[in-house]
Design a protein around this ligand. Structure first.
Ligand SMILES: [Zn+2]
Ligand SMILES: [Zn+2]
Length: 278
């Protein structure tokens, strides 16, 4: 599996010159399995726009698996190029969180939020609800886990021939039962992407916001059998200099840590665990 970060910021794609090195788009992670020609997108923040622009002209099926519906994970959806390419077959896999159904997903495209209603999209995406448990999306076998986040969010563990990827963003550590479940869920994964929105100093003033600190992520990784930790969902405006200091501090807790950067890819394959980007 080749994993590419297209958006790594939380909350809002606020671009500043001092933070552009890590990228300022909101979450979107692409997984490709070249062997099977399969592709999967995790979340549809503003980073998904870049994915749409990167695709060739040949029509293909592109599943988008959402973790939840906060703006930062859905705001790129209406601007995803394949929805406007007749013959393409995109799909939106949408978690059923509380009363969420297909109608809520269609609303993202509706007046007054957006000028092209869902029913008029040239390549209308199929909307599939995700109830939890084990799912198969675009040929990928995926396990799901509910996280601790306002309104709910799902973590995903994507199985690969050379090892698994865990994507667990938008999670607030502190609920013992959920944290324990996440530990079991992530153990043995080759790479884990975690919500490191805050610094430890910022955390007390943001209790209940649904996010965690880089230190909590690093301690979690150190306490479980995890190959590599990717700090993700960076706070908007956090500068590249600050991100460098966070990455260094996190590595003192768990050495195999990187701060996710837009445009960076890494591979989980049978050949080697280490890739140039690590
Ligand atoms: Zn978020
Ligand atoms: Zn959220």
């Amino acid at each position: 599996m080749l994993i590419t970060f297209w958006g790594v910021r939380g909350s809002v794609p606020w671009a500043t010159a001092a933070s552009i090195g890590h990228g300022c788009n909101t979450p979107c992670v692409e997984i490709r399995d070249a062997r099977r020609g399969a592709r999967l997108l995790l979340d549809a923040g503003s980073g998904i726009v870049g994915v749409g622009r990167s695709l060739g002209v040949e029509a293909s099926a592109i599943p988008i698996l959402l973790t939840h519906y906060h703006w930062d994970h859905t705001q790129g959806l209406p601007f995803f190029d394949p929805f406007y390419r007749p013959g393409w077959t995109p799909a939106i896999w949408a978690p059923r969180l509380r009363d969420i159904d297909e109608a809520w997903v269609r609303t993202i495209f509706e007046n007054p939020f957006y000028p092209v209603p869902y029913d008029q999209l040239p390549a209308r995406p199929l909307i599939q609800l995700v109830d939890g448990g084990d799912i198969s999306v675009g040929g990928f076998d995926i396990r799901t886990l509910p996280l601790n986040h306002p309104g709910g969010a799902f973590a995903y563990r994507v199985a690969g021939a050379g090892g698994d990827l865990v994507y667990a963003t938008d999670h607030e550590f502190g609920d013992a039962a959920i944290d324990e479940a996440l530990g079991a869920f992530a153990s043995g994964a080759r790479a884990v992407i975690l919500d490191a929105h805050f610094t430890p100093a910022e955390l007390p003033a943001h209790k209940g916001w649904g996010h965690s600190s880089w230190r909590q992520c690093a301690e979690f990784a150190a306490g479980h059998d995890i190959g590599h930790l990717w700090l993700f969902h960076h706070r908007p405006g956090r500068t590249d200099i600050e991100m460098g200091a966070i990455e260094a501090a996190a590595r003192a807790v768990f050495e195999r840590t990187s701060a996710a950067r837009e445009g960076v890819s890494f591979e989980i394959g049978s050949r080697s665990q280490n890739t140039p980007s690590w």
